[in-house]
Ligand binder design. Structure first.
Ligand SMILES: [Zn+2]
Length: 274
């Protein structure tokens, strides 16, 4: 699933294309992506609405409408783009949400496997939703102490805590694996056993890696593309994710891949991480 850097890239690309535009009409191909709303309500509320802003929160793209927020969390096979021309047959086949904009163009959420989600929230509902999410790791106010206090309260594996959106927003499997490798921490280690020095290293590495990934337009996997159709290229800088059984770039040790910590693949180096 696209994580913080990929969704940040999507949002930055969309911003100049959608802000100030009115939605003329909207259609939804399947309602299994909807959470807490219906196709009828969504399409009715979108028609005639103005897009006042678009931002990212955790792994969601958040469109600020007149009195509501359209919140899209792109799935692994999802993409969110503005099309200026007619959609190709393949694009229309997988287009889930299509919002026709005034002055031409169409905001389209495409998702081959429909693993993404779409919410339409009132300002009040959005406040509650936002409050349930953990801090943004790139927020200047997010400190190593804040990360440390979330970690020290959990006996779960540190990797699980990093990926838990209630503790930290926007980090998923790719960047949790990378940050733990860079900080030299075993992903299966109980979070509560980390020391303040580990918190500082992990905090610094999470921020450094997410910032670098945004600079590279994110990591390309499956159907993720930036607005211009270019893939992101942070995958070239990944040191552990997708490299199980390959040699560690630091120690030359064969990297271990396991699904034991959570259902996802964890890749780490026995020698460099403890
Ligand atoms: Zn190593």
């Amino acid at each position: 699933m696209p994580e913080l850097p990929e969704v940040e890239t999507i949002v930055r690309d969309l911003r100049p294309l959608v802000i100030g535009r009115h939605i003329v009409r909207a259609t939804l191909s399947h309602d299994d992506v909807l959470r807490g709303t219906t196709r009828r309500r969504l399409t009715r509320r979108l028609a005639g609405a103005t897009i006042h802003g678009v931002s990212r929160r955790a792994k969601h793209a958040v469109f600020e409408l007149d009195s509501e927020r359209l919140v899209i969390q792109p799935g692994m096979t999802g993409s969110l783009t503005v099309h200026r021309r007619k959609l190709s047959a393949a694009e229309s086949r997988y287009a889930v949400l299509r919002a026709e904009l005034d002055r031409g163009g169409e905001l389209v959420y495409t998702d081959v496997r429909r693993l993404g989600t779409i919410l339409l929230l009132t300002e009040k509902q959005w406040e509650l939703y936002d409050r349930a999410l953990g801090p943004e790791p790139l927020d200047p106010e997010f400190s190593a102490e804040r990360l440390g206090s979330a970690l020290s309260r959990s006996r779960q594996a540190v990797k699980k805590v990093l990926m838990d959106q209630r503790h930290l927003a926007g980090v998923g499997n790719i960047y949790a694996n990378e940050a733990l490798f860079a900080a030299g921490i075993d992903p299966s280690k109980p979070a509560s056993r980390l020391e303040p020095d580990d918190h500082r290293r992990l905090h610094a590495e999470i921020r450094r890696i997410l910032t670098a990934a945004i600079r590279s337009n994110g990591t390309t996997f499956r159907d993720y593309r930036t607005r211009t159709g270019e893939p992101g290229n942070f995958q070239l800088e990944l040191l552990v994710y997708g490299r199980e059984a390959e040699p560690c770039r630091r120690s030359g040790t064969r990297l271990t891949g396991t699904h034991v910590i959570d259902a996802r693949i964890s890749v780490f180096c026995h020698r460099c991480q403890s």
